[in-house]
Design a protein around this ligand. Structure first.
Ligand code: NDP
Length: 282
């Protein structure tokens, strides 16, 4: 049987380490860390994500400030709030929950956040810093995947890695992080020809396509490590990923389940970015 990479256990470890760090910062240096969370409208999925982020903050000892804005909020009003938070010395991190209503341009909003407080790692300056190997905040889901691999004792350097998907929040930063870890990286996408031939080269296969159970064993080399970023809910309300777990598990050496694999790591890494922002800003 393959190693089942347990994101619940690893994210819990990271949260414990952060909790200790935050307590120590408070006690020894009098530093309190504060995350401002902005939600526009009341999309139920966004409310769940925001609630989970606030819960994680409370557990670790990070103060969270909540801004719940009406669905019809104008871009100008949102930018005004971000500007105030950028200048608020008590605020270390700013998170704007996506997606935003249609009247607001997400790129403009992301660019308005001070890169020093960009704990989601979406600002072009943060992405550029990652690209040229300089310090900066890294998008939380791919950063979490690197932690899953490292903490499971999986070597990345020198390995052939294939990332399926090239979104700005998962695929592209994932490829850059793997490159930073000295892997040989291929990025595949919807126009890639002979996808199975490409994915079968991978020692480490990261899948972020947003298509339920698309990756079956025909896409996987014997003994590969398979990381499934996808999250989908079927008609019966059951969660599944982009990888057909039951089909792929027997041929790989390690695999992340859905749920309980990559998902829990995203919030843990957001908390990590908040702590880093707090340390850098004090
Ligand atoms: P996007 O829809 O933004 O990107 C999907 C990518 O997959 C695109 O680059 C697309 O290519 C590529 N793709 C689509 N179909 C195919 C195909 N048939 N063959 C090869 N490539 C294909 O998705 P995200 O990156 O935002 O998310 C991916 C999945 O991960 C989703 O299920 C999402 O819910 C989940 N997710 C999970 C998170 C977590 O915390 N666990 C966080 C973020 C996302 P092209 O660019 O050519 O269109």
């Amino acid at each position: 049987m393959p190693l089942r990479i347990d994101g619940k256990v690893i994210s819990a470890q990271i949260k414990e380490e952060l909790k200790e760090k935050v307590t120590d910062l408070k006690v020894s240096r009098g530093i309190s860390i504060c995350l401002a969370v902005i939600q526009v409208g009341n999309d139920p999925a966004s409310s769940v994500y925001v609630g989970n982020k606030k819960k994680a903050c409370a557990y670790i000892g990070i103060d969270s400030r909540s801004y719940e804005l009406a669905q019809e909020t104008t871009q100008e009003d949102l930018l005004q709030l971000i500007d105030e938070l950028n200048h608020d010395e008590k605020v270390d991190g700013i998170l704007v929950q996506l997606p935003l209503p249609g009247q607001i341009d997400e790129d403009t909003v992301i660019r308005a956040i001070d890169p020093a407080k960009d704990v989601d790692g979406f600002h072009p300056q943060s992405v550029g810093a990652l690209c040229i190997g300089q310090p900066g905040f890294v998008s939380c889901t791919p950063a979490g995947i690197i932690q899953l691999l490292k903490r499971s004792g999986i070597q990345i350097a020198g390995k052939e890695c294939v990332v399926v998907g090239r979104s700005n929040i998962v695929g592209k930063p994932m490829a850059l992080l793997l490159l930073r870890e000295n892997a040989t990286v291929t990025v595949a996408h919807s126009k890639t020809e002979k996808l199975q031939e490409v994915t079968r080269r991978a020692d480490i296969l990261v899948v972020a396509v947003g298509k339920p159970k698309m990756i079956t064993r025909e896409y996987v080399k014997e003994g590969a490590v398979v990381i499934d970023v996808g999250i989908h809910r079927n008609e019966a309300g059951k969660l599944c990923g982009d990888v057909d777990y039951e089909d792929v598990a027997p041929v790989c050496s390690a695999i992340t389940p859905v749920p309980g694999g990559v998902g829990p790591m995203t919030i843990a890494m957001l908390m990590n970015n908040c702590v880093e922002a707090g340390i850098a800003g004090n």
